[in-house]
Ligand binder design. Structure first.
Ligand code: UD1
Ligand code: CA
Length: 427
């Protein structure tokens, strides 16, 4: 199988300099959600992403992130049917199935795509369109079925009669084609419609005119085809995705005190009996062990691995850091590019200074087992705090500290007797 992902459209309503499909949910691009969903089916070996608006940026992104995806330029953009036809030169001799999707529907899952392709095969279908039943079908193409329930045609809102507008079954915009049989349609699409575009949906009429087997498959969970057209849609999709992720963790035995106020990226694994307190935001790829306590107000930024019984408390930010078991960073701390041992205590206000703004380099902090870091310390990387060492509060550590040593850079304490009284007397 091959997939074609449509991503050439302008996305005007995003009101953004960034191409629509490169907008992110949990720092992951919308188009990546779609490609990953296809890759997760293990069905297609090659994905064609049709690009147009701000093509260079999308091309660069795809090249950098995917080895099994190719971009194909569509310029100008003359409609969804025209978009798919751009992939024709690459699929001249291809005979298998092609699945077509949109790059702006990030909530589609591999499971649904698998079921869809299975249904297509089971029905011996030549062309299957994914449909959905919407209470408010406005703006979608309507599914017109034959008396025997096979698919007759898809009528766009702007071309629909009042009777057709009343149909609540809509075109979800995902298609499975027997490529060998359907590819001929793309040379015969016309623009004689309300929008003057080459409609992909017209392949349905074409296939019927050739007496092919054409069907619609009804999607079970409408949320999966939620499309992103605006920033409001993006926020809503983030919420949907987050709810799905939170539910999975709750089902797996993770305690999440306030699901509405907790944000967890799809690539975060969490073992049972860990507690996530409110207002925690977790991005990127992370692994969290058992019995950990995270938050409230914690921020994990990706590349974080926590072993069991680790505490990451309020206003603690962690990035690209591994933490071994029974280690605590309970308050007001930044841990970045660090390897932290077990039974370590990180005092309030500790900072791993991992970034040199002059060289723009990031370097590592290593904190070995049983180390105690006093409050308000700065560990200037690269630095290694060896086993059992103690760092006095308020220290700035710029070189390695030996095992079981005390390192302290604090200025000596001065106590001046009666200083306050003398000041007061003077006034
Ligand atoms: C399309 C369908 C409609 C369906 C809806 C589902 C057609 C004619 N209509 O309508 O039946 O209900 O999707 O969301 O297909 N694109 C390109 N190149 C183009 C035009 C569009 O790549 O020249 C891409 C867009 O970036 C987008 C996708 O195709 O990702 C769909 O285009 P859009 O204009 O949103 O289609 P709709 O009018 O919503
Ligand atoms: Ca359109």
């Amino acid at each position: 199988m091959k997939s074609i992902i449509l991503a050439a459209g302008k996305g005007t309503r995003m009101k953004s300099e960034t191409p629509k499909v490169l907008h992110t949910i949990f720092e992951k691009a919308l188009v990546s959600y779609v490609i990953d969903a296809v890759n997760g089916t293990d069905l297609a070996d090659e994905n064609f992403v049709i690009v147009g608006h701000q093509a260079e940026r999308v091309e660069e992104f795809i090249k950098l992130n995917y080895t099994n995806a190719k971009t194909v330029l569509q310029s100008p953009q003359l409609g969804t049917g025209h978009a798919v036809s751009m992939a024709l030169p690459y699929l001249k001799d291809f005979e298998g199935e092609v699945i077509i999707l949109c790059g702006d529907t990030p909530l589609i899952t591999s499971d649904t795509l698998k079921e869809f392709v299975e249904a297509h095969k089971k029905m011996n279908s030549d062309l299957t369109v994914m449909s959905a039943i919407f209470d408010n079908p406005t703006n979608y193409g309507r599914i017109v079925r034959n008396p025997d329930n096979t698919l007759n045609s898809i009528v766009e809102e702007k071309d629909a009669t009042p009777e057709q507008k009343a149909i609540k079954e809509i075109n979800a915009g995902i298609y499975c084609l027997n490529w060998g049989k359907i590819k001929g349609a793309f040379g015969e699409l016309k623009t004689n419609n309300a929008q003057g575009e080459y409609y992909l949906t017209d392949i349905v009429k074409w296939a019927n005119s050739k007496s092919l087997n054409v069907n619609a498959y009804v999607l079970k969970n409408n949320e999966e085809i939620y499309g992103i057209n605006s920033k409001a849609n993006l926020a809503e999709a983030t919420k949907f995705l987050n709810q799905r992720i939170i539910k999975k963790h709750l089902d797996n035995g993770v305690t999440i005190v306030s699901p509405e106020n907790t944000w967890i990226s799809p690539e975060t694994e969490i073992e049972p009996d860990t507690i996530i307190y409110p207002c925690t935001y977790i991005e990127g790829v992370n692994k969290i062990g058992r019995n950990c306590k995270i938050g409230p107000f914690a921020h994990l930024r990706g590349g974080v691995v926590l072993e069991d019984d680790v505490k990451i408390g309020n206003f603690v930010e962690v990035k690209k850091t591994t933490v071994k078991s029974h280690t605590n960073a309970c308050h007001l701390t930044y841990l970045g590019d660090s390897e932290i041992g077990s039974n370590v205590n990180i005092g309030a206000g500790t900072i791993t200074a991992n970034y040199n703004p002059l060289t723009k380099e990031k370097t590592k902090t290593i904190i070995e087992d049983n180390v105690k870091i006093g409050s308000n310390s700065v560990l200037v990387a690269p630095v290694n705090i060896h086993e059992g060492a103690n760092i006095g509060a308020l220290s700035v550590i710029t070189s390695d500290v030996k095992a079981w040593a005390l390192a302290i850079t604090r200025s000596p304490l001065r106590v001046i007797d009666n200083w306050v009284k003398q000041k007061l007397n003077r006034h």
